[in-house]
Write a protein that binds this ligand. Structure first.
Ligand code: NDP
Length: 316
């Protein structure tokens, strides 16, 4: 180990949950240290307009909102560490968190590692990722000016991506595996009334066609799940928007998880099965997954930590 340091509270993850926890923990004089992770700012940094975060009646860009959160956390003394956690040992006290060659120990830990976009899992998707296949319209939409794209999925993310892509693409085709959308009514209405957006129902992508060395994506092989019929469909890009997976691999065998891998917290609290370890945001929320709920549970976890550290003091 190159460096070793001890802290009262460590926060893993720098999205809406982690940064809110940091604001509260820092204001409670706990001098929190935040390990930012591989995507500083979390999922909001790959979003465009956030229209439902209270306090911003005109909306705000996701990355901008996270920048404001970060400034607020730093203002009260949160220390940011750029890096990705490589191992945790929660069986030891103090808890051990490894970031590359550095070891951090802490009395209390806040896990706010969030969730990551899911992929289809077909070989051609991996092969053509970055060559016409993307999981982030905000990041890559610009490359599809005057082109035709496909969006996979039927949830709010898929509708949001499809709507965003109409700013660039001439045509956006939503490919959904059922004949009914999962997205909220308002997003469905917006997508369905956009003349650039078309829908293909009961359809999945069997294969993505194209050569990464020769122009990338040229089309997709579509399968109708009801009739079984297969057709080639011409497209320049494929945006995968089929939901998310919690970032909990590091905690396997240490923290309790549900069947989907989300961390389990005690009802009405952010406590995990290990005293002193708290979880907030999307890593423990399969249901709501909103910036405001992530921030809300982030606040809860900092208050839970404060109380936990108080009880520790009385035990010594
Ligand atoms: P969801 O889980 O809501 O939707 C995922 C979609 O992808 C579903 O339609 C699902 O189909 C489909 N899908 C899943 N796996 C596959 C697969 N392997 N192949 C093909 N299709 C697949 O995820 P979202 O990311 O859309 O939304 C997550 C949460 O975030 C929701 O609560 C949503 O409301 C919220 N959100 C809100 C936004 C907003 O309000 N502006 C924007 C973005 C997200 P099926 O329906 O058949 O299960």
């Amino acid at each position: 180990m190159d460096k070793k340091s001890h802290h009262r509270v460590l926060i893993l993850g720098s999205g809406a949950a982690g940064l809110t926890a940091a604001i509260y923990a820092a204001r409670a004089d706990l001098a929190p240290v935040m390990i930012e992770g591989s995507q500083p700012g979390g999922q909001l940094t790959i979003t465009t307009d956030v229209e439902n975060y209270p306090g911003f009646p005109k909306g705000i860009l996701g990355p901008e909102l996270m920048e404001e959160f970060k400034k607020q956390a730093e203002r009260f003394g949160t220390k940011m560490v750029f890096g990705d956690v490589t191992a945790v040992d929660l069986k030891k006290t103090p808890f051990e968190v490894t970031v590359g060659k550095d070891l951090y120990t802490c009395d209390a830990l806040i896990v706010a590692t969030g969730a990551t976009a899911k992929l289809l899992g077909i070989p051609s998707e991996k092969l053509l990722m970055g060559y016409g296949v993307s999981a982030c319209a905000t990041c890559d939409g610009f490359f599809f000016k005057d082109k035709e794209v496909v969006v996979v999925g039927g949830g709010d993310t898929a509708m949001e991506e499809a709507l965003f892509l109409t700013k660039f693409a001439t045509k956006v085709t939503v490919v959904h595996r059922r004949n009914e959308l999962r997205a909220s009514k308002i997003m469905q209405d917006r997508a369905e009334s956009n003349p650039k957006i078309a829908f293909l129902w009961d359809t999945v992508i069997d294969e993505i066609l194209g050569d990464p060395k020769n122009g990338g994506v040229v089309g997709v092989k579509l399968k109708n799940v009801k009739s079984g019929s297969v057709q080639d469909f011409k497209t320049d890009g494929v945006f995968v928007a089929i939901g998310h997976e919690p970032n909990t691999k590091l905690f396997k065998g240490q923290l309790d998880m549900d069947e989907f891998g989300y961390l389990v917290t005690k009802s009405g609290s952010t406590a995990t099965n290990i005293p002193g370890v708290f979880a907030c945001g999307d890593v423990q929320d399969r249901v709501y997954r909103q910036a405001i709920t992530a921030a809300g549970t982030g606040c809860m976890s900092a208050i839970d930590v404060e109380r936990y550290l108080e009880t520790l003091k009385h035990q010594h």
